[in-house]
Design a protein. Structure first.
Length: 590
């Protein structure tokens, strides 16, 4: 297993891993698309695939200084995409421990950190028990309690209550439980690390069966006065929910790798079909409608790729910003992946809903992707997290923060994919950043620089340059309009004296505009290197991708206009034909 990182050959390990798994279109390949569909039909755990990729993934999120194999989180994200494009279930099969383990790495004792990393090294897993069926996403209403244990002189705990939907709950060897230790509020919860027999005694035997990722066990736990040692406490009492919310920032970003992997497989299979099918003597891929649908789907994949990769890199450089960036990446990836499948399904027609045949994996990947949308953070909860930060972002607009120069330098490291990153430090994650969003606050300068480059620096043909100039101006206007709408709605709500105003629609728009702005930052910071397999500085991808994202930010879910679709197909067709990932890094695949 290679650990080649971004400093040398970017993501070389991704190519190494994918090629080691063979041709995914080979019906006899146990790590191919057909095998994925067979496991799904049998609701079988992807054991063979998990055993093969486990050494690459199990500790790929654990910093090297804490005994893991983390090169950088974007590197790990790309490894997830290479493995999960063959079966999304392999990601939870090997990395469902990530939430619990990041909690321990961020707040646990040295002994706890050492034990969980050793467990991962040995092929074990750590479950994460937060949700309760009765309360769903209303975490503050959770009723599972941990009270002082009189039998341990009050130093230990007695656990009472139930948890559900614990990934790998039937097989995990350790379990991180977030339980109520106080009366009310976010500070009423603590995190406890159960191990060995404590875990075995609490398994309820109840298994939930999701519509996708059918081979993964989502199990329940029941605690009836279970004694737990005092040294099971992770971090300080009352900090359990805070620790979990910070860990989920990393998890949300990593889960985008699963959505992108599913979307890559869906797009690739639809393209295979369009290439093979003849309609009226012509290949379906040459017809206007399939070409437009494939181009639009590809544009959405590329946009989500940028949001996910840069969020992963940002966790190293701007960890406080992850409270926003991770939610943006999650929202963008899941929404866009859903639309990718809808458009590709229309290209496939009935082939996309058959349980057998060369395209059976399409429906499997589509259902797996639907599960990714709801695990770790639901869409409603995710939008709520973004909405909670809108007042801060609107308040920071128009001002110059004390750290503006530092933010600009940090953004350069985030968006220059060849820049070295500091080691991840999960203890530096914050529930909310104190300033604005560096991506949006840096937009005016980078937009002006991009406009100059494409018009004066011959970075794009004249027609492309005109489109890019128009899109950058449209983006700036949209961002200013959003911040104005936020400020107006907050002011109106205050004057009316009612409760907090509804900001969900504005939060959704922010996610899209942040993604569009990230595309501009990426091209500007990476203009000296190849992006999407193009020559350095080539901006051919930029206008179509911005068009797709800005359309959706304006409430228009439409296919790309024909000129933009044609231009984007010129970019992504070589990626498809050369078996390269649909990514700005474009690593070669098997």
């Amino acid at each position: 297993m290679s650990a080649a990182g971004p400093a040398g050959a970017p993501y070389a390990a991704v190519t190494e891993l994918d090629r080691s798994l063979g041709d995914p279109r080979d019906a006899g390949n146990p790590f191919g698309f057909a095998a994925m569909a067979r496991r799904d039909a049998a609701e079988a755990f992807p054991r063979e695939l998990a055993d093969r990729v486990g050494p690459w993934l199990r500790t790929a999120f654990v910093p090297a200084g804490q005994g893991g194999d983390l090169v950088s989180l974007d590197h790990t994200l790309m490894l997830v995409r290479a493995a999960a494009r063959r079966d999304a279930a392999v990601m939870p099969a090997t990395m469902f421990s990530i939430t619990a383990v990041v909690c321990v790495l961020a707040a646990g004792s040295a002994e706890q950190r050492e034990r969980v990393v050793r467990l991962l090294r040995e092929g074990g897993s750590v479950g994460f028990a937060l949700s309760e069926e009765e309360h769903g996403g209303d975490l503050l209403a959770n009723s599972c309690t941990a009270v002082p244990d009189p039998g341990q002189d009050g130093s230990g705990y007695l656990l009472d209550g139930e948890k559900w939907l614990v990934g790998l709950g039937e097989r995990c060897q350790a379990l991180l439980v977030v339980a109520r230790t106080g009366r009310r509020g976010p500070g009423a919860f603590s995190a406890l690390l159960l191990e060995g027999s404590e875990v075995d005694k609490a398994r309820s035997g109840v298994r939930q069966r999701p519509a996708g990722m059918r081979g993964i066990d989502f199990a329940g736990f029941r605690f009836d006065g279970l004694p737990v040692r005092a040294d099971a406490l992770v971090g300080l009492p009352g900090r359990g929910l805070e620790i979990a919310m910070k860990a989920m920032q990393v998890v949300r970003t990593m889960s985008t790798g699963c959505s992108l992997a599913c979307a890559d497989t869906g797009l690739r299979l639809a393209w295979d079909f369009a290439r093979a099918r003849r309609v009226g003597g012509r290949g379906a891929s040459e017809l206007p409608y399939p070409r437009r649908e494939l181009a639009t789907a590809a544009a959405l994949v590329l946009a989500a790729d940028v949001a996910a990769l840069t969020a992963a890199r940002g966790a190293h450089v701007l960890p406080a910003a992850q409270s926003l960036w991770s939610s943006v990446a999650k929202r963008t990836a899941t929404d866009f992946a859903d639309e990718v499948f809808a458009r590709c399904a229309d290209v496939l027609g009935t082939q996309g809903v058959l349980r057998e045949g060369p395209y059976a994996a399409f429906d499997t990947a589509r259902r797996d992707n639907a599960v990714v949308r709801y695990i770790d953070t639901s869409p409603v909860a995710n939008v709520r997290l973004v909405a909670a930060q809108l007042a801060r972002l609107a308040g920071a607009a128009g001002g110059t923060s004390e750290g503006a120069d530092g933010d600009a330098q940090a953004l350069g490291r985030v968006f220059d994919l060849g820049a070295a990153l500091p080691e991840a430090d999960y203890d530096r994650l914050q529930l909310s950043d104190r300033g604005g969003d560096p991506v949006l606050s840096g937009l005016p300068a980078v937009a002006e620089a991009v406009r100059h480059a494409v018009t004066e620096g011959a970075a794009a043909p004249v027609a492309d340059a005109a489109r890019i100039v128009a899109r950058t101006r449209q983006l700036e206007c949209a961002v200013n309009g959003l911040l104005h709408d936020v400020a107006w709605r907050l002011r109106a709500g205050k004057e009316e004296g009612g409760g907090p105003p509804e900001l969900g629609d504005l939060a959704e728009r922010l996610c899209l505009l942040h993604t569009a702005a990230s595309c501009l930052h990426l091209w500007w910071a990476g203009r000296d290197r190849s992006l999407f397999g193009l020559p350095p500085g080539d901006a051919a991808w930029l206008s179509p991708v911005l068009t797709a994202v800005l359309d959706r930010a304006g409430g228009r879910v439409a296919p790309l206009p024909e000129p933009e679709a044609r231009r984007l197909l010129d970019v992504v067709t070589p990626l498809y034909e050369e078996n390269r990932m649909f990514s700005c890094t474009a690593p070669h695949l098997a």
